[in-house]
Design a binder for this molecule. Structure first.
Ligand code: COA
Length: 415
């Protein structure tokens, strides 16, 4: 039997957790370093800069797999057989459309609404049209989860075309998840180069264990709320610049503040002098190179070589990208910055530093960076929601109250 370390004044919750007063006295601000549960989904080796989905190294998945297969792996816990995979892909294709009412909602939003707010609201609204809305069984949760994964790129492409006053392009039934996104954004089919690079970006963002947005998702479903609510919470959490919003912040300082290779170091020196954080660096778990940053860096360098050799890179055409007479190659500036911060601060680049430059190279509008991160991470969120519900325990920590007690209420007219 477990030793009973309770003190007489401790309540039932503490009796259940088995924590002694000494353990309870400690505050884990930001929950740094704490395990909240066990998981079979993702392993991050923060000291050696390695990442595994369901035990498979990320580098191997980027090399050999596709986003659709990785989504299957995360959600179902194993690689699919041929027939399981074709059924899964067909399902995703079938679910790419979004209801007309949601299109009307997208059209009704103020034109300056950020695309991540738009995505958050649209996902929440989609639940109202889901035929499984009030079915909370695991098969229904998987069906709902797949609908979310399938529809996110359509929502983003539609939002983009509405905001830029272009006619909508309905999803294709013959293209991969990655190629179809390009198609809906441009009405053209992308080159293999674009498709493969974009697919790798999606794979790199598909899951990352209990990061802040996944934690939000797990907290929400742990109350036995629904999976749409879990993912809506997660999108709201992802939005912040300390999490998924960092990639947009990186792009903004590169094109609006730094602009030229020779200005990278003076810019960084000033930021550090003022003790400001530089977005795209540092990580709660990695104490070395983020393996996702390494993979995206490799792809970015290949594209840079191609550009320098005069080869054309297939990209989504946006006005935002007509800046290259005023701004140097992002990847070259990124390399200088990365080198400088590692040497001076021993802080390493994270995925957002390199995804920003690569997404920009592919012509993705900056406003879509964080929503695309969400589109990919939705596969991980679904996997985590299902895992949480499989062996659920309400996630409800404690907060130590440090204010005064028994204050005397003074009537408003007498204050
Ligand atoms: N730029 C400059 N200094 C940084 C830094 C950055 N991007 N990231 C961490 N540091 C410094 C902090 O200032 C702190 O220094 P101090 O001990 O002298 O005060 C130290 O490194 C530890 O940072 P801290 O913020 O406490 O670590 P954390 O684990 O709470 O934070 C992040 C992790 C991701 C929130 C943090 O690194 C950050 O804010 N990075 C920028 C945002 C970003 O890129 N987010 C995407 C993550 S994938």
């Amino acid at each position: 039997m477990k030793e009973d370390k309770r003190r007489i004044n401790e309540d039932y919750e503490d009796a259940e957790s088995g924590l002694c007063e000494l353990d309870r006295a400690k505050i884990y601000k930001g929950l740094v370093g704490l395990y909240v549960d066990e998981s079979l989904i993702t392993y991050i080796d923060g000291m050696n800069g390695k990442l595994y989905y369901r035990g498979y190294p990320l580098s191997e998945l980027c090399e050999n797999s596709t986003f659709e297969e990785v989504a299957y792996l995360l959600i179902h816990g194993k690689l699919p057989s041929n027939s399981e995979f074709s059924e899964f892909k067909d399902l995703l294709i079938k679910e790419r459309n979004i209801p007309d009412n949601i299109v009307s909602i997208l059209k009704s939003f103020p034109r300056n609404t950020t695309r991540i707010e738009l995505l958050r609201t649209a996902i929440s609204a989609l639940s109202l049209y889901d035929p499984d809305d009030y079915d909370y069984t695991e098969p229904a949760n998987i069906r709902k989860g797949l609908r979310i994964v399938a529809k996110m790129p359509t929502l983003l492409a539609f939002a983009h075309r509405i905001q830029t006053n272009l006619p909508l392009v309905e999803p294709s039934e013959n293209l991969s998840h990655s190629a179809n996104y390009y198609y809906m954004m441009t009405s053209n089919i992308p080159s293999k180069d674009f498709e493969e690079a974009f697919d790798d970006i999606l794979i790199c963002h598909a899951d990352h264990s209990i990061n802040s947005s996944t934690f939000s998702c797990r907290v929400t479903v742990s109350t036995l709320s629904d999976i749409y609510s879990g993912i809506t919470s997660a999108i709201g959490t992802l939005r912040g610049p300390l999490h998924g919003g960092a990639n947009e912040a990186v792009m903004k300082y590169m094109i609006n503040e730094i602009k030229k290779k020779e200005l990278v170091i003076p810019w960084a020196e000033k930021k550090l002098e003022r003790k400001e954080k530089i977005m795209g660096f540092g990580h709660r778990v990695y104490k070395t190179w983020d393996p996702r940053a390494k993979i995206l860096r490799g792809i970015s360098m290949d594209f840079l070589k191609k550009s320098q050799n005069g080869e054309l890179i297939d990209k989504i055409p946006t006005k935002e990208h007509d800046i290259h007479d005023k701004v140097d190659y992002i990847i070259e500036m990124t390399e200088i910055l990365s080198d400088y911060i590692i040497k001076t601060k021993n802080i390493y680049p994270n995925v957002d530093l390199y995804s920003a430059g690569l997404l920009h190279t592919l012509g993705i509008p900056t406003a879509s960076f964080t929503p695309l991160f969400a589109a990919s991470r939705s596969s991980g969120w679904v996997a985590h929601a299902i895992e949480q519900l499989n062996d659920n325990k309400l996630i409800r920590p404690r907060l130590r109250y440090i204010g005064n007690l028994d204050k005397k209420y003074v009537k408003i007219g007498e204050r």
